[in-house]
Design a protein around this ligand. Structure first.
Ligand SMILES: NC(=O)c1ccc[n+]([C@@H]2O[C@H](COP(=O)([O-])OP(=O)(O)OC[C@H]3O[C@@H](n4cnc5c(N)ncnc54)[C@H](O)[C@@H]3O)[C@@H](O)[C@H]2O)c1
Ligand SMILES: [Zn+2]
Length: 383
Protein backbone atom coordinates (compact mmCIF):
# COMPACT_ATOMS: atom_id res chain seq x y z
CA UNK A 1 0.00 0.00 0.00
CA UNK A 2 1.30 3.43 -0.89
CA UNK A 3 1.49 6.06 1.79
CA UNK A 4 -0.10 9.36 0.95
CA UNK A 5 2.44 12.06 0.11
CA UNK A 6 3.24 14.38 3.00
CA UNK A 7 0.91 17.31 2.61
CA UNK A 8 2.63 20.67 2.53
CA UNK A 9 0.68 23.29 4.39
CA UNK A 10 -1.38 25.23 1.88
CA UNK A 11 -0.48 28.85 2.08
CA UNK A 12 -1.81 32.05 0.62
CA UNK A 13 0.50 35.04 0.24
CA UNK A 14 -0.87 38.57 0.39
CA UNK A 15 1.55 41.40 -0.27
CA UNK A 16 1.23 44.75 1.43
CA UNK A 17 2.66 47.03 -1.26
CA UNK A 18 4.41 49.84 0.53
CA UNK A 19 7.54 50.32 -1.57
CA UNK A 20 10.64 49.61 0.45
CA UNK A 21 8.46 48.82 3.46
CA UNK A 22 6.49 46.14 1.57
CA UNK A 23 5.92 42.84 3.33
CA UNK A 24 4.13 39.52 2.99
CA UNK A 25 1.23 38.14 4.96
CA UNK A 26 1.46 34.35 4.95
CA UNK A 27 -1.91 32.70 5.60
CA UNK A 28 -2.74 29.04 6.08
CA UNK A 29 -3.09 26.07 8.38
CA UNK A 30 0.34 25.20 9.79
CA UNK A 31 2.29 28.16 8.37
CA UNK A 32 3.72 28.89 11.84
CA UNK A 33 6.12 26.03 11.00
CA UNK A 34 7.78 28.31 8.43
CA UNK A 35 8.46 31.16 10.85
CA UNK A 36 12.05 30.21 11.70
CA UNK A 37 13.15 29.58 8.13
CA UNK A 38 11.53 32.80 6.94
CA UNK A 39 13.20 34.87 9.64
CA UNK A 40 16.56 33.24 8.99
CA UNK A 41 16.19 34.09 5.29
CA UNK A 42 14.95 37.65 5.84
CA UNK A 43 17.42 38.58 8.54
CA UNK A 44 20.37 36.17 8.70
CA UNK A 45 22.08 36.21 12.07
CA UNK A 46 19.36 38.20 13.82
CA UNK A 47 18.51 37.52 17.43
CA UNK A 48 14.84 37.65 18.38
CA UNK A 49 12.58 38.19 21.35
CA UNK A 50 9.08 36.76 21.39
CA UNK A 51 6.59 39.04 23.13
CA UNK A 52 3.39 37.23 24.07
CA UNK A 53 0.70 37.08 26.74
CA UNK A 54 0.14 34.39 29.35
CA UNK A 55 -2.80 32.72 27.64
CA UNK A 56 -1.18 32.57 24.22
CA UNK A 57 2.07 31.42 25.85
CA UNK A 58 0.25 28.46 27.34
CA UNK A 59 -0.88 27.24 23.93
CA UNK A 60 1.67 28.45 21.40
CA UNK A 61 4.95 29.62 22.92
CA UNK A 62 6.64 26.20 23.01
CA UNK A 63 5.77 25.54 19.36
CA UNK A 64 7.03 28.95 18.32
CA UNK A 65 10.29 28.58 20.22
CA UNK A 66 10.83 25.11 18.75
CA UNK A 67 10.27 26.37 15.21
CA UNK A 68 12.80 29.15 15.73
CA UNK A 69 15.33 26.82 17.35
CA UNK A 70 15.08 24.40 14.42
CA UNK A 71 16.08 27.21 12.09
CA UNK A 72 18.92 28.27 14.38
CA UNK A 73 17.27 31.57 15.33
CA UNK A 74 18.02 32.54 18.95
CA UNK A 75 14.90 33.64 20.81
CA UNK A 76 14.30 35.12 24.24
CA UNK A 77 10.78 35.58 25.63
CA UNK A 78 8.76 38.30 27.32
CA UNK A 79 5.36 37.26 28.68
CA UNK A 80 2.84 39.92 29.71
CA UNK A 81 -0.56 39.59 31.35
CA UNK A 82 -3.35 39.02 28.86
CA UNK A 83 -5.86 41.75 28.17
CA UNK A 84 -6.11 45.43 27.47
CA UNK A 85 -4.48 46.23 30.85
CA UNK A 86 -1.09 45.48 29.30
CA UNK A 87 -1.48 48.18 26.64
CA UNK A 88 -0.45 50.84 29.15
CA UNK A 89 2.58 52.94 30.12
CA UNK A 90 3.44 50.26 32.67
CA UNK A 91 3.18 47.50 30.07
CA UNK A 92 5.28 49.49 27.61
CA UNK A 93 7.89 50.14 30.26
CA UNK A 94 8.08 46.48 31.21
CA UNK A 95 8.40 45.28 27.61
CA UNK A 96 10.88 48.01 26.61
CA UNK A 97 13.16 47.34 29.56
CA UNK A 98 13.01 43.60 28.97
CA UNK A 99 13.96 44.16 25.31
CA UNK A 100 16.92 46.26 26.38
CA UNK A 101 17.90 43.62 28.94
CA UNK A 102 17.73 40.97 26.20
CA UNK A 103 20.24 43.14 24.28
CA UNK A 104 18.07 43.48 21.22
CA UNK A 105 19.95 45.69 18.79
CA UNK A 106 19.12 47.54 15.59
CA UNK A 107 19.39 44.51 13.33
CA UNK A 108 17.56 42.13 15.63
CA UNK A 109 13.85 41.39 15.61
CA UNK A 110 10.88 41.57 17.92
CA UNK A 111 8.24 38.89 17.36
CA UNK A 112 4.71 39.73 18.48
CA UNK A 113 2.93 36.43 19.21
CA UNK A 114 -0.64 37.14 20.24
CA UNK A 115 -3.80 39.10 19.65
CA UNK A 116 -4.15 42.79 18.98
CA UNK A 117 -3.02 43.74 22.46
CA UNK A 118 0.35 42.02 22.10
CA UNK A 119 0.73 43.21 18.49
CA UNK A 120 0.04 46.85 19.35
CA UNK A 121 2.23 46.79 22.46
CA UNK A 122 5.19 44.87 21.06
CA UNK A 123 5.04 46.82 17.79
CA UNK A 124 5.09 50.13 19.61
CA UNK A 125 7.95 48.99 21.88
CA UNK A 126 9.87 47.93 18.74
CA UNK A 127 9.19 51.30 17.11
CA UNK A 128 10.84 53.25 19.94
CA UNK A 129 13.56 50.77 20.96
CA UNK A 130 16.85 52.26 19.73
CA UNK A 131 14.72 54.56 17.52
CA UNK A 132 13.21 51.63 15.71
CA UNK A 133 13.80 47.90 15.52
CA UNK A 134 11.99 45.73 12.97
CA UNK A 135 9.28 43.36 14.06
CA UNK A 136 7.31 40.35 12.89
CA UNK A 137 3.65 39.82 13.60
CA UNK A 138 2.39 36.35 14.47
CA UNK A 139 -1.28 37.17 15.08
CA UNK A 140 -3.14 34.54 17.08
CA UNK A 141 -6.67 35.97 17.32
CA UNK A 142 -9.01 36.27 14.34
CA UNK A 143 -9.18 40.01 14.95
CA UNK A 144 -5.41 40.28 14.81
CA UNK A 145 -5.14 38.11 11.69
CA UNK A 146 -7.61 40.16 9.68
CA UNK A 147 -7.03 43.59 11.12
CA UNK A 148 -4.55 44.68 13.78
CA UNK A 149 -1.46 42.82 12.53
CA UNK A 150 -1.73 44.43 9.10
CA UNK A 151 -1.15 48.08 8.35
CA UNK A 152 1.42 49.20 10.89
CA UNK A 153 -0.66 50.95 13.53
CA UNK A 154 0.89 50.29 16.93
CA UNK A 155 0.31 51.86 20.31
CA UNK A 156 -0.95 51.87 23.86
CA UNK A 157 -3.85 53.44 25.74
CA UNK A 158 -3.62 56.43 28.05
CA UNK A 159 -6.01 57.04 30.94
CA UNK A 160 -7.79 59.53 28.64
CA UNK A 161 -8.57 57.02 25.94
CA UNK A 162 -7.70 54.09 23.72
CA UNK A 163 -4.77 54.09 21.32
CA UNK A 164 -3.90 57.72 21.99
CA UNK A 165 -0.15 57.04 22.04
CA UNK A 166 1.44 55.19 19.21
CA UNK A 167 3.36 55.09 15.99
CA UNK A 168 3.05 53.84 12.47
CA UNK A 169 5.54 50.98 12.35
CA UNK A 170 5.05 48.35 9.66
CA UNK A 171 6.04 44.75 10.41
CA UNK A 172 8.47 43.06 8.00
CA UNK A 173 6.44 39.85 7.92
CA UNK A 174 3.04 38.60 9.11
CA UNK A 175 2.47 34.89 9.75
CA UNK A 176 -1.24 34.14 10.15
CA UNK A 177 -1.58 30.45 11.00
CA UNK A 178 -5.29 29.68 10.87
CA UNK A 179 -4.89 26.53 13.01
CA UNK A 180 -3.76 28.71 15.90
CA UNK A 181 -7.32 30.07 16.03
CA UNK A 182 -8.60 26.66 17.14
CA UNK A 183 -7.67 27.47 20.75
CA UNK A 184 -9.41 30.85 20.71
CA UNK A 185 -12.66 31.02 22.69
CA UNK A 186 -15.77 30.97 20.49
CA UNK A 187 -16.77 34.39 21.78
CA UNK A 188 -13.38 35.90 20.86
CA UNK A 189 -13.61 34.21 17.46
CA UNK A 190 -17.03 35.74 16.81
CA UNK A 191 -15.77 39.16 17.89
CA UNK A 192 -13.02 38.92 15.27
CA UNK A 193 -15.59 37.81 12.72
CA UNK A 194 -17.26 41.21 12.99
CA UNK A 195 -14.16 42.73 11.37
CA UNK A 196 -14.32 40.13 8.57
CA UNK A 197 -17.94 41.04 7.87
CA UNK A 198 -16.88 44.68 7.96
CA UNK A 199 -14.73 44.25 4.83
CA UNK A 200 -17.74 42.89 2.96
CA UNK A 201 -20.03 45.61 4.24
CA UNK A 202 -17.68 48.46 3.46
CA UNK A 203 -16.46 47.52 0.02
CA UNK A 204 -17.30 44.08 -1.34
CA UNK A 205 -20.90 42.94 -1.68
CA UNK A 206 -19.87 39.66 -3.34
CA UNK A 207 -17.68 38.81 -0.34
CA UNK A 208 -20.53 39.68 1.99
CA UNK A 209 -22.84 37.32 0.11
CA UNK A 210 -20.15 34.62 0.24
CA UNK A 211 -19.90 35.11 4.02
CA UNK A 212 -23.66 34.71 4.35
CA UNK A 213 -23.30 31.30 2.69
CA UNK A 214 -20.04 30.15 4.30
CA UNK A 215 -19.83 31.51 7.85
CA UNK A 216 -20.34 28.10 9.45
CA UNK A 217 -17.30 26.65 7.65
CA UNK A 218 -15.21 29.65 8.73
CA UNK A 219 -16.11 29.05 12.38
CA UNK A 220 -15.55 25.29 12.01
CA UNK A 221 -12.07 25.84 10.58
CA UNK A 222 -12.71 24.51 7.09
CA UNK A 223 -11.10 25.88 3.93
CA UNK A 224 -13.46 28.86 4.00
CA UNK A 225 -11.51 30.17 6.98
CA UNK A 226 -8.34 30.74 4.94
CA UNK A 227 -10.30 32.36 2.14
CA UNK A 228 -12.10 34.71 4.55
CA UNK A 229 -8.86 35.75 6.21
CA UNK A 230 -7.01 36.21 2.93
CA UNK A 231 -9.84 38.26 1.43
CA UNK A 232 -9.93 40.44 4.54
CA UNK A 233 -6.16 40.94 4.47
CA UNK A 234 -6.25 41.80 0.76
CA UNK A 235 -8.95 44.38 1.42
CA UNK A 236 -7.00 45.93 4.26
CA UNK A 237 -3.69 45.78 2.37
CA UNK A 238 -5.23 47.58 -0.61
CA UNK A 239 -6.59 50.37 1.55
CA UNK A 240 -3.34 50.70 3.54
CA UNK A 241 -1.29 50.81 0.32
CA UNK A 242 -3.47 53.70 -0.90
CA UNK A 243 -3.51 55.61 2.38
CA UNK A 244 -0.95 54.40 4.90
CA UNK A 245 -1.42 57.26 7.34
CA UNK A 246 -5.19 57.63 7.22
CA UNK A 247 -5.52 60.97 5.49
CA UNK A 248 -8.39 59.64 3.37
CA UNK A 249 -9.69 56.21 2.42
CA UNK A 250 -8.21 54.33 5.36
CA UNK A 251 -10.95 55.85 7.50
CA UNK A 252 -13.40 53.50 5.73
CA UNK A 253 -11.97 50.77 7.97
CA UNK A 254 -13.65 52.58 10.87
CA UNK A 255 -17.12 51.49 9.73
CA UNK A 256 -19.05 50.78 12.93
CA UNK A 257 -16.19 52.06 15.08
CA UNK A 258 -17.45 55.52 16.08
CA UNK A 259 -20.53 54.01 17.69
CA UNK A 260 -18.57 50.92 18.71
CA UNK A 261 -15.85 52.82 20.58
CA UNK A 262 -18.46 54.83 22.47
CA UNK A 263 -20.14 51.58 23.52
CA UNK A 264 -16.80 50.09 24.58
CA UNK A 265 -16.16 53.19 26.68
CA UNK A 266 -19.69 53.11 28.12
CA UNK A 267 -19.06 49.54 29.27
CA UNK A 268 -15.68 50.51 30.74
CA UNK A 269 -13.69 48.43 28.19
CA UNK A 270 -14.74 45.44 30.24
CA UNK A 271 -15.71 41.89 29.34
CA UNK A 272 -19.26 43.16 28.90
CA UNK A 273 -18.36 44.06 25.34
CA UNK A 274 -15.36 42.95 23.29
CA UNK A 275 -14.06 45.32 20.63
CA UNK A 276 -15.46 43.24 17.77
CA UNK A 277 -18.82 43.01 19.49
CA UNK A 278 -18.90 46.78 19.77
CA UNK A 279 -18.08 46.94 16.07
CA UNK A 280 -20.96 44.58 15.28
CA UNK A 281 -23.49 46.72 17.16
CA UNK A 282 -21.81 49.83 15.76
CA UNK A 283 -22.10 48.63 12.16
CA UNK A 284 -25.78 47.87 12.60
CA UNK A 285 -26.30 51.34 14.11
CA UNK A 286 -24.36 52.95 11.25
CA UNK A 287 -26.48 51.02 8.74
CA UNK A 288 -29.75 51.94 10.44
CA UNK A 289 -28.67 55.56 10.74
CA UNK A 290 -27.74 55.57 7.04
CA UNK A 291 -31.21 54.21 6.25
CA UNK A 292 -32.83 56.84 8.45
CA UNK A 293 -30.94 59.56 6.57
CA UNK A 294 -32.33 58.10 3.34
CA UNK A 295 -28.88 57.09 2.07
CA UNK A 296 -29.53 53.35 2.02
CA UNK A 297 -32.53 51.06 1.69
CA UNK A 298 -33.76 49.88 5.11
CA UNK A 299 -33.69 46.28 3.83
CA UNK A 300 -29.90 46.50 3.45
CA UNK A 301 -29.55 47.46 7.11
CA UNK A 302 -31.74 44.50 8.04
CA UNK A 303 -29.59 42.21 5.90
CA UNK A 304 -26.44 43.27 7.76
CA UNK A 305 -28.17 42.86 11.10
CA UNK A 306 -29.42 39.37 10.22
CA UNK A 307 -26.02 38.12 9.14
CA UNK A 308 -24.25 39.31 12.27
CA UNK A 309 -27.00 37.93 14.51
CA UNK A 310 -26.86 34.57 12.72
CA UNK A 311 -23.16 34.31 13.56
CA UNK A 312 -24.04 34.98 17.19
CA UNK A 313 -22.91 38.59 17.49
CA UNK A 314 -24.82 41.28 19.38
CA UNK A 315 -26.59 43.65 17.02
CA UNK A 316 -28.64 45.89 19.32
CA UNK A 317 -27.83 48.02 22.34
CA UNK A 318 -30.16 45.74 24.28
CA UNK A 319 -27.94 42.73 23.45
CA UNK A 320 -24.99 44.19 25.35
CA UNK A 321 -24.36 42.32 28.59
CA UNK A 322 -25.82 44.10 31.60
CA UNK A 323 -27.98 46.46 29.53
CA UNK A 324 -31.03 45.87 31.71
CA UNK A 325 -29.11 46.22 34.98
CA UNK A 326 -26.41 48.79 34.34
CA UNK A 327 -27.54 50.35 31.07
CA UNK A 328 -25.18 52.33 28.85
CA UNK A 329 -25.82 55.83 30.09
CA UNK A 330 -28.09 58.17 28.16
CA UNK A 331 -27.75 59.50 24.62
CA UNK A 332 -25.88 62.61 25.79
CA UNK A 333 -23.30 60.50 27.60
CA UNK A 334 -22.79 58.37 24.50
CA UNK A 335 -22.39 61.56 22.46
CA UNK A 336 -19.72 62.81 24.87
CA UNK A 337 -17.88 59.51 24.51
CA UNK A 338 -18.08 59.77 20.72
CA UNK A 339 -16.75 63.30 20.81
CA UNK A 340 -13.65 62.01 22.63
CA UNK A 341 -12.96 59.62 19.79
CA UNK A 342 -10.05 60.54 17.54
CA UNK A 343 -12.40 60.80 14.58
CA UNK A 344 -13.81 64.17 15.64
CA UNK A 345 -12.88 67.25 13.64
CA UNK A 346 -13.92 70.70 14.92
CA UNK A 347 -17.20 69.76 16.53
CA UNK A 348 -18.64 67.79 13.60
CA UNK A 349 -18.65 64.03 13.75
CA UNK A 350 -17.01 62.01 11.05
CA UNK A 351 -19.01 58.89 10.34
CA UNK A 352 -18.58 56.06 7.95
CA UNK A 353 -22.04 55.53 6.53
CA UNK A 354 -23.42 53.08 4.01
CA UNK A 355 -25.08 53.60 0.65
CA UNK A 356 -25.41 49.86 0.14
CA UNK A 357 -23.88 46.64 1.42
CA UNK A 358 -20.44 46.92 -0.16
CA UNK A 359 -20.48 50.71 -0.50
CA UNK A 360 -19.34 52.77 2.48
CA UNK A 361 -18.71 56.51 2.38
CA UNK A 362 -16.86 58.88 4.68
CA UNK A 363 -19.21 61.62 5.87
CA UNK A 364 -17.53 64.52 7.60
CA UNK A 365 -20.42 66.76 8.52
CA UNK A 366 -22.96 64.75 10.43
CA UNK A 367 -25.18 67.00 12.55
CA UNK A 368 -24.69 65.86 16.17
CA UNK A 369 -28.34 66.44 17.12
CA UNK A 370 -29.47 63.89 14.51
CA UNK A 371 -27.15 61.29 15.98
CA UNK A 372 -28.29 62.10 19.48
CA UNK A 373 -31.97 61.68 18.63
CA UNK A 374 -31.24 58.47 16.76
CA UNK A 375 -29.38 57.02 19.76
CA UNK A 376 -32.06 58.16 22.19
CA UNK A 377 -34.67 56.23 20.20
CA UNK A 378 -32.42 53.14 20.09
CA UNK A 379 -31.86 53.26 23.83
CA UNK A 380 -35.57 53.08 24.56
CA UNK A 381 -36.57 50.52 21.97
CA UNK A 382 -34.98 47.58 20.22
CA UNK A 383 -35.99 48.35 16.67
N1 LIG B 1 -3.29 48.20 15.28
C1 LIG B 1 -4.45 48.12 14.68
O1 LIG B 1 -4.61 48.45 13.51
C2 LIG B 1 -5.62 47.59 15.47
C3 LIG B 1 -6.80 47.27 14.80
C4 LIG B 1 -7.83 46.72 15.53
C5 LIG B 1 -7.69 46.50 16.88
N2 LIG B 1 -6.52 46.83 17.51
C6 LIG B 1 -6.33 46.57 18.93
O2 LIG B 1 -6.36 45.17 19.13
C7 LIG B 1 -6.79 44.88 20.45
C8 LIG B 1 -7.82 43.79 20.41
O3 LIG B 1 -7.23 42.65 19.85
P1 LIG B 1 -7.75 41.20 20.21
O4 LIG B 1 -9.20 41.14 20.05
O5 LIG B 1 -6.90 40.24 19.48
O6 LIG B 1 -7.51 41.16 21.79
P2 LIG B 1 -6.42 40.43 22.69
O7 LIG B 1 -5.05 40.58 22.16
O8 LIG B 1 -6.69 40.88 24.07
O9 LIG B 1 -6.83 38.90 22.55
C9 LIG B 1 -8.08 38.50 23.05
C10 LIG B 1 -7.93 37.36 24.06
O10 LIG B 1 -7.69 36.16 23.34
C11 LIG B 1 -6.56 35.51 23.86
N3 LIG B 1 -5.94 34.82 22.73
C12 LIG B 1 -5.34 35.35 21.64
N4 LIG B 1 -4.99 34.40 20.78
C13 LIG B 1 -5.37 33.21 21.32
C14 LIG B 1 -5.30 31.86 20.89
N5 LIG B 1 -4.81 31.52 19.69
N6 LIG B 1 -5.77 30.91 21.72
C15 LIG B 1 -6.31 31.24 22.92
N7 LIG B 1 -6.43 32.50 23.37
C16 LIG B 1 -5.96 33.48 22.57
C17 LIG B 1 -5.71 36.59 24.46
O11 LIG B 1 -4.88 36.07 25.48
C18 LIG B 1 -6.77 37.53 25.03
O12 LIG B 1 -7.18 37.08 26.29
C19 LIG B 1 -7.31 46.19 21.02
O13 LIG B 1 -6.37 46.70 21.92
C20 LIG B 1 -7.42 47.09 19.80
O14 LIG B 1 -7.24 48.46 20.12
C21 LIG B 1 -5.49 47.36 16.82
ZN1 LIG C 1 -11.79 47.24 14.89
Amino acid sequence: MMTAPLKQPEQILVEVSLGERAYDIVIGRGVLQSLGARIAALRPGARTVIVTDRTVAKYWLDTTEAVLAQAGVPAARIVVEEGEGSKTYAGLQAVSEALIAARIERNDLVIALGGGVVGDLAGFAASILRRGVDFVQVPTSLLAQVDSSVGGKTGINSPQGKNLLGAFHQPILVIADTAVLDTLSPRQFRAGYAEVAKYGALGDEAFFAWLEANHADIVRGGPAREHAIATSCRAKAAIVARDERETGDRALLNLGHTFGHALEAATGFSDRLFHGEGVAVGMVLAAQFSAQLGMMAPAAATRLEHHLAEVGLPTHLQDIAGFAQEGLGDADQLMTLMAQDKKVKRGKLTFILLEAIGRAVITGDVEPSLVRDFLQAKLVSRS
